[in-house]
Write a protein that binds this ligand. Structure first.
Ligand SMILES: [Zn+2]
Length: 110
């Protein structure tokens, strides 16, 4: 299956704007010829670089698509699974026990 356009790590993770360490243009006679992207993959930690032709460059390829695997936190969230009704009611019960001053402190810390 052909991959959609974009920058991909060797591990199969799609590189997005969150992974970019350095970004620049390679100029020739004051005209950009290539786009240079240096990245670090959040999935495997590998660093890599990509040189793309400027005329076919679209900055949107670094956007984070919804539901994209390898997006930051995706592995942690996938392990946690969906939120159950029991967890929601437990959260509501615990929230009632929190003092308002404690809640204000928790919200100001985040
Ligand atoms: Zn990777």
């Amino acid at each position: 299956m052909p991959r959609p356009e974009g920058v991909w790590c060797e591990c199969g993770c799609r590189i997005t704007i969150h992974h970019v360490l350095q970004h620049g243009f390679v100029m020739s006679h004051w005209v950009p010829q290539f786009v240079y992207i240096k990245y670090q993959c959040s999935n495997c930690g590998r660093t890599g670089q990509e040189l793309l032709e400027f005329k076919s460059w679209d900055p949107a390829v670094l956007d984070v698509p919804l539901g994209e695997p390898c997006a930051p936190d995706s592995h942690r969230l996938a392990k946690l699974g969906t939120i159950t009704e029991g967890e929601v009611s437990q959260f509501a019960r615990e929230l009632r026990l929190v003092e308002s001053t404690e809640l204000e402190r928790m919200l100001s810390d985040s």
